[in-house]
Design a protein around this ligand. Structure first.
Ligand code: ADP
Length: 503
C-alpha cells in the first residue's frame, strides 16, 4: 500500500477529499484501511502511512466493541452483506491518544480498481452532541420549573405593542384562572383581564416591549369564567431574539385575593374598633359628667337637711324627735360621704395631672396625723424612709389616705390597728413600689380583684361606700402605674402601688 490509492485520473477527487472537513476513509474488502484523508489523520491521530493496511476495527473501535466488530467481519467474509444505509449512524470511536469521541458515520460501497471497497465519511459530533445534551437538560429544567412552579405561569405571544395569544400555561395558572389548558391557549391575555384593569396593561406593556424596563410588576385582576375576579400580583418579562425583537412574554401570577380580603377585613375591623372605642370614651365622659352633676346637685339640698337636723338636735333636745333628728343626721352624713366619694372618683379621672415633687415621708406623716386625730389618737402608722416622687400631689394624697385609712379601718375589734409603709425601687425600670402593710382582717383571695371595682364591699359591718379603692386605681393608672393587694406574712393585707418614673 502506498497511502495514495489515486490513479492520475482520480487526483482531482483525492485533492477534494483532502480539503474535506470530515474524515474520509477507504477500506478494502477485508476492512483494512487503504487510504484516509488529512481530516481522518487529525481526527484519529494516525498518519495515513501508519493507518494503511491496518484493520479499521483495531485502529479506531474502542476495545469493548472490537469482538462484535470482528464477528461482523467474519460474517461478511462468509458472504453476509454489510448493513449499509444512506442515514448516518452514531458510534463511539477511539483516537490514538486514548480519547473516546462520538462520530457520525456514513458508509458506502464501491467497485474501484478491480476490487470491492467500502468508504466512509466520519464526522466528529462529540461537541455537537454534548451541546444538544446540555440544551435538552436546560430545556427539561425550564419545563420542570414552569410546570411545577407554585405560582401561575403563562407564556404568550407578543402582539404589536401588547401581549398576545397564550402559548403555554402551567397547572397553577389553570387552577387560578379557572379555565382549562386548551381554553386558555385559545385566548389572549387581554381577553381574561378584568375590564377595569385593561388600562393598567395599556399603560405599562408598550414600555416593556420597547425595552424601557426589563420587567413589569403590579397588581391586577383577571376574570374567571363565572365572572369572579382573581386579584394577582402580576409580573411579566420578555424573551427577545438576538436582534432584540420581542418574541414571547413570560408572565407570573401570584394569587393575592385572600391576602387582599384579609387586609380589607382588617381595615373594617379596625374601623369598627375605633368607632366602638370612640363611643365608649364618649359614654364614659358622659357618665362622669353625669356623676359629677348629680353629686353637685345632691349635695346642696343634702347640706340643708344636715344643717336642719343638727339644729333640731340642738334645739329640741328630748325624746323621739331627738332620736329622729340624730338618725336623719347620720344618714345625711353617710350620704354626704357617698357623694364626696363619687366626686373624688370623677375627679380622679378628670382632674388635670399636674405633677410636682412630693416628699412621701411628709405626706404619710401628715395623713397618719389626720387619721389619728379622727380616731382619737389610737391607731399607729409607721414607715421606712420613703422617696420623693414626681406625681399629682392632691391625687396621690387621696391614694395614701384611702389605703392607710382602710388598713386602719378593717381590723378585728380587739386589735390595735397598725399600718407600716415601705418603698422599694426596681433597678432596671426605676419604678417605685409603695407597700402598705396592715394587721387587719385581710381580703379573701377571690375578692382581690373585685375590691377595686366601684361599690364593691367585702366587710359590710364596717362603714364605707366601696368607692375608695376604685378611685385609687383610677389615680394610679393615670400615673401609668398599678395597684394590687396581697396577703400579709402574718395575716392582714399588703396593698402595693407601683409608680413608674414620670416622662
Ligand atoms: P370602702 O372602704 O369605702 O368600703 P374601698 O373601695 O376602699 O371601699 O374598699 C372596698 C372593700 O375592700 C372594702 O369594703 C373592704 O371590704 C375591702 N378592703 C379594702 N381595704 C382593706 C384592707 N386593708 N383590709 C381588709 N379589707 C379591705
Amino acid at each position: 500500500m502506498t497511502g495514495d490509492p489515486a490513479a492520475p485520473h482520480d487526483r482531482l477527487l483525492v485533492g477534494a477529499m483532502q480539503t474535506s472537513p470530515d474524515a474520509f476513509v477507504v477500506l478494502d474488502h477485508e476492512d483494512r484501511v487503504e487510504w484516509w484523508n488529512r481530516a481522518a489523520e487529525r481526527l484519529f491521530g494516525w498518519p495515513v502511512e501508519e493507518a494503511a493496511g491496518q484493520l479499521l476495527t483495531d485502529l479506531v473501535v474502542p476495545e469493548q466493541y472490537r469482538a462484535a466488530h470482528h464477528a461482523g467481519l467474519r460474517r461478511r467474509a462468509a458472504g453476509a452483506r454489510p448493513r449499509l444505509g444512506a442515514d448516518p449512524v452514531q458510534v463511539e470511536a477511539l483516537c490514538r491518544d486514548g480519547r473516546r469521541i462520538l462520530v457520525e458515520l456514513s458508509v458506502g460501497e464501491l467497485e474501484w480498481q478491480g476490487g470491492r471497497r467500502f468508504h466512509a465519511f466520519i464526522r466528529d459530533v462529540t461537541d455537537r452532541e454534548a451541546a444538544r445534551g446540555a440544551l435538552e437538560l436546560s430545556e427539561n429544567r425550564s419545563r420542570t420549573a414552569f410546570e411545577n412552579a407554585p405560582v401561575g405561569m403563562l407564556l404568550t405571544e407578543v402582539d404589536g405593542d401588547g401581549f398576545g395569544q397564550v402559548m403555554s400555561v402551567n397547572p397553577a395558572a389553570v387552577e387560578m384562572l379557572g379555565r382549562s389548558y386548551d381554553e386558555l391557549r385559545s385566548l389572549s391575555l387581554g381577553a381574561i383581564t378584568h375590564r377595569d384593569d385593561a388600562p393598567l396593561d395599556a399603560d405599562r406593556v408598550p414600555g416593556l416591549l420597547r425595552g424601557d424596563v426589563d420587567k413589569l410588576q403590579y397588581e391586577k385582576r383577571f376574570v374567571r369564567p363565572d365572572g369572579r375576579p382573581v386579584w394577582v400580583s402580576f409580573s411579566a418579562s420578555v424573551v427577545r431574539d438576538i436582534d432584540g425583537t420581542p418574541m414571547h412574554a413570560i408572565h407570573q401570577l401570584v394569587d393575592i385575593t385572600e391576602r387582599l380580603a384579609a387586609a380589607q377585613q382588617l381595615v373594617r375591623l379596625n374601623d369598627e374598633l375605633r368607632r366602638t372605642n370612640e363611643e365608649l370614651a364618649a359614654a364614659n365622659a358622659e357618665l362622669d359628667r353625669f356623676t359629677a352633676a348629680v353629686a353637685h346637685d345632691l349635695k346642696s339640698p343634702l347640706m340643708a337637711i344636715l344643717m336642719h337636723a343638727d339644729l333640731m338636735v340642738e334645739s329640741h333636745g328630748h325624746g323621739g324627735a331627738l332620736r329622729g333628728a340624730a338618725a336623719i343626721s347620720r344618714s345625711a352624713r353617710r350620704l354626704n360621704a357617698l357623694i364626696e366619694g363619687l366626686l373624688g372618683y370623677s375627679r380622679a379621672e378628670h382632674a388635670a395631672l399636674r405633677r410636682q415633687w412630693v416628699d412621701l415621708d411628709t405626706l404619710v406623716d401628715e395623713v397618719a396625723e389626720e387619721l389619728a386625730v379622727a380616731a382619737g389618737g389610737r391607731p399607729r402608722v409607721t414607715r421606712d424612709r420613703l422617696p420623693s416622687l414626681h406625681v399629682e400631689a392632691v391625687l396621690l394624697r387621696q391614694v395614701v389616705a384611702n389605703v392607710i385609712g382602710n388598713g386602719l379601718k378593717y381590723v378585728a375589734p380587739d386589735v390595735t390597728p397598725h399600718v407600716h409603709v415601705s418603698a422599694e425601687q426596681d433597678d432596671s425600670t426605676q419604678a417605685w413600689t409603695l407597700r402598705f402593710r396592715d394587721n387587719g382582717i385581710g381580703i379573701p383571695s377571690a375578692s382581690r380583684e373585685r375590691v377595686f371595682e366601684i361599690f364593691h364591699r367585702e366587710a359590710t359591718d364596717h362603714p364605707g361606700s366601696g368607692i375608695g379603692l376604685a378611685t385609687c386605681r383610677r389615680i394610679v393608672e393615670r400615673h401609668g402605674g398599678r395597684i394590687w393587694v396581697d396577703d400579709g406574712d402574718d395575716g392582714g393585707s399588703v396593698v402595693s402601688v407601683l409608680l413608674p418614673p414620670s416622662g
